[in-house]
Each structure stands twice: as C-alpha cells, then as structure tokens.
Design a protein around this ligand. Sequence first.
Ligand code: FES
Ligand SMILES: [Fe+2]
Length: 424
Amino acid sequence: MEPDPGVDTEGADGNGAAASDALPDLKSSLGREDWSTWPVYEAAALGLPGSWWYPVMWSEEVGSRPVGVKLLGRNVAFVRENGKVYAMADRCPHRGVPLSLGNQQFPGTLSCAYHGWTYDLETGVMVAAITDGPDSPICGKVRVETYPVAERLGLVWIFIGDGKGSAPPVETAIPRELLENDFSMGGRIDVRGGGWRFAAENGFDEGHAKYLHRTSLWRMFKVMPTWTKTRVIPTDDGWITRVQDEVHMDATFPGLGTWTNKRWWKLGGNIIHTKPGKAAKKVDPVIAAMDVPGNQHIRLPGLLRIVHTRFIHYEWYVPADEDLYRYIQVFVEFRTGTSGLLFKLRYLGAIRWLFHGQFTGQDGWMVNVMDAPPERLYRPDVSITRWRALCESAPPNGLAIPDEADAEPEAKPERKPRSRARSR
Ligand code: FES
Ligand SMILES: [Fe+2]
C-alpha cells in the first residue's frame, strides 16, 4: 500500500514510537497542525468549490408558504407554486428582511413581508414594489439570486455553490442503483453540529465503528471486529471504497491482555467483513448485481453509501454554515408492494430509532466534540486522507462522477429514472 500523507505507518505492528524504553516526544505527538496538505479541503468549511446538487428537505415540507433554510452559509427561501418548487436568496435587497417571511400576492412571484417588493420566482427580478405604485422607478432594476431546484427520492434538491454555468441533470448526483431499480425507503433529516467535513470523515472513518458503536442497540446482537487492515480504492461512478485486507475479531496487546468485542449473546457476522457479493447468502439480487468490492463508499460532494446484504444506507452531509450541517439519512430496500409496505413499518417502528437515531446519534456526538487539527493520524485513517484527497480533485462543474463523459457506453447501462421512491 502506498503511504498516505499524514498517516503514521511506522512499525508493522502498529505500535510505532511507543517503545517501552523511551517516551514519545510530546511535541511530535501533536502531529500535523493544519490541513495545508489539502488546501482545497481546508478552505471548504462552507462546501467544496464549484456548485453541486444537494438534497435539502422532504418534498412535503415545501408548500405555498415559503421555507427558509441555511445552506453553504447562505439563507435560501423555498416555495412551491403549481407543484413546482422554486428557490431564491432569502434576503430582500431593500432592507434585508428574509423573503421567507413573505407570501404570494401575484401568481409566479413572492412578495417581501415588509414593504411588498415582489420578485419573479423564476428569475428573481423585482417585478413590483407594491407600496410605490405601478410606476415605481426601481421596479425591474433589482434582482435576487435564484437556484435550480429538482425533486427526487421524495427530497427537494438544490444546485448551489460558487460555480458558474448551468446545472447538470440532478440524476448525476443520485446513485445509479436508485435510478435503475424500484425500491422503498425511509429517512431522517437532522441539523447537527461539528461541520460537514467532520461528519463526512466520520462517515468514511475506518477505525471507529467497531469500537464506538459496539455499545449501540443496533449492534447489540452483532459481533464486530477488534481491528482491521484497510485499503481505499477508487471504484466506479466517482466512489472511493474501503476494502479490508485483514479482519481480526480479537487481539492480544502485549503487557495488557486480550481485547474482543465477542460476547455470548452476539451472533457472528456483520457488514464490516462480509462482502455482499454474489456468493453471499441471502443477498438482495439488486445488491448482488452491484458486485461492490467493499461495503463502505463515499463520493463528492459528501455522500456516504454503506452496502449491507439486504439494504443500503446513505447519508448526505450538506453544509449549512461553518459549524452546522444537514444530516440526511436514507435507508433503502429494493422491494415494493406489500413487501415494501412491511419494510416501511419496520423502518418507522424500529430502524428509524435504532439505526438512524441512537446508532448514528453516537456519530453525531463524536462529530460535535471533535477538535482537529492538530491531529495525529494512525493507519486506519487512510480512509480520511483518501477522502480529503478526493475532495482536492473536486471538479468545479458539480459532477459527482467526474469521468462520466469518458466512460464507455457499454460499461454503463443507460440511466432510467424510473424509481418509485417513498419518502420517510
Ligand atoms: S425590506 Fe423587503 S420590501 Fe422592504
Ligand atoms: Fe459511525
């Protein structure tokens, strides 16, 4: 494995400098003091350069009454008219009042609550200043920014950022398997603290799940490994994937003793070392057909995918401001009809609380209290450094699949947006 910047790979046994006859130097123990190895990432507290499609909220949350949402450090107002959702900057240029406090006085417009300046929903141009009459000289001379909006997976999506140019189709932001198959889904959206970058790093982090989550109710009956040796490889559709070359269920630490997560009430097997390939038992046929080389994937601009044998868990990290992010979890099973309905009940009755609540709540707890840099990375953190490297190469055009244009047509089946997803 080629060495990663900032990851301590010294000592095949992983004990590195902790020799018993000399204490490690405290100063070097602090490790790297900044993220200058990844300047793009370091500067991306409010999101990666360029513009990207991000999911924002459930479709049913947007009606004729405007909704204000913080995204990438900006305030955005969403409103629905005749079934179509529009988004515009949530600030009236007159005196800075949020447009989301206003309402519709004329079709195709949104009027500010204060003095009635009225903006065209499509273009953002101020088409009337109600309290200055029809001949108001400022009319048509003021404009607020508007953003492309789409609805997919029962979610409202926005194309936003500092990029120029038109938006690619929203399908480029949606995992292929969700475009090509029917499925049922459940999901949960929270606003959490700690910043989108820590959240993404936590999502793709190799080291923590087997330790932090060993106490979670979701994993109560599943034994998890003690430690692993991991590679990160690029895979198709812009994903990078964690592949475990070694999985150790227990380990003896010299002078300390044995450590294991095995308990008599826990059953063997879990996704960390079970490849959901064609050979796996009871694997969902859609998931088997994906034939992924590892279970944990991440791609730009911040979408995690954990592939289990019967379901897939997705999470998006959408920057709100420098500290807050929208944490969007989606749980998918490739079943429909009565079977899909039963899944839905299982989701609402258990999965939503156990997995999307308590389990990922442990992640939220860590993300919120983490404080780095400085940071001293260890071998499993190759997952984090590879994610940062992926962000360094983020294309400015908002395409999560940067090589899509070069792909051989026969290697990538035509995308058919025929999913019948259900939200929440
Ligand atoms: S602040 Fe919006 S119309 Fe005056
Ligand atoms: Fe986690």
